[in-house]
Design a protein around this ligand. Sequence first.
Ligand SMILES: CC(C)(COP(=O)(O)OP(=O)(O)OC[C@H]1O[C@@H](n2cnc3c(N)ncnc32)[C@H](O)[C@@H]1OP(=O)(O)O)[C@@H](O)C(=O)NCCC(=O)NCCS
Length: 202
Amino acid sequence: MENVIIIGAGGHAKVIADIVLRQGDRLLGFLDDSPNATGAYGIPVLGKVADYPLWPNARFLIGIGSAAVRQRFVNELRDIRWHTAIHPTAVISPLGTSIGEGTVVMANAVVNPGTTVGRHCILNTGSIVEHDNTIGDYVHISAGAKTAGTVTIGRNTWLGIGATVSNDLTVCPDCMIGAGTVVVKDIDAPGTYVGVPARRLE
Ligand SMILES: CC(C)(COP(=O)(O)OP(=O)(O)OC[C@H]1O[C@@H](n2cnc3c(N)ncnc32)[C@H](O)[C@@H]1OP(=O)(O)O)[C@@H](O)C(=O)NCCC(=O)NCCS
């Protein structure tokens, strides 16, 4: 059993709290810089983010949806031990998969064989990552979004809720793929893409 602290105390952090508790770990509380941050469900706010060295034996997760913010904390918070949270209903193949540290896999998410998921990613509720994918660091695959077989998603890219990426495609780093968007060709330039099929939003 690990002692776990979540950085952030908003809605996303609460979902992660639920996963940590379901994993059977001990959730010590949240760290949040907002003066208005309150705990939730009896779980306290322990202090500010900079207070993290006060718990040298804890493991930490970042409960913040923004990839840029997650990346900033990973760069700034030295000598910190990251936790990986996997909801007990998530299905992660044991065959050739790996899940990077700091990543959160939510309820009913599926990761199929041969897939590598990077560090500090979010595989949100009911997302499906098919076989032989490469998912870069800080990627967020929103609730119900899907990637077909042999897809590569570049670092920091966010697939919106219900988005789909068809098989054998690459989406480059730093893209926002809008809710419900269907990607049917490689995306080579960072930007926001929406619609069916995906088109770049100028
Ligand atoms: C893609 C997105 C970021 C664009 O937001 P935005 O830059 O504020 O864009 P706007 O809302 O101003 O929309 C600009 C245009 O794109 C269209 N558009 C926006 N999102 C779209 C989408 N997902 N699919 C199709 N068209 C979309 C709008 O209808 C609008 O078209 P118009 O100019 O013809 O009127 C946002 O719409 C989105 O999809 N966010 C994802 C949210 C999400 O998945 N959250 C999940 C949390 S788990």
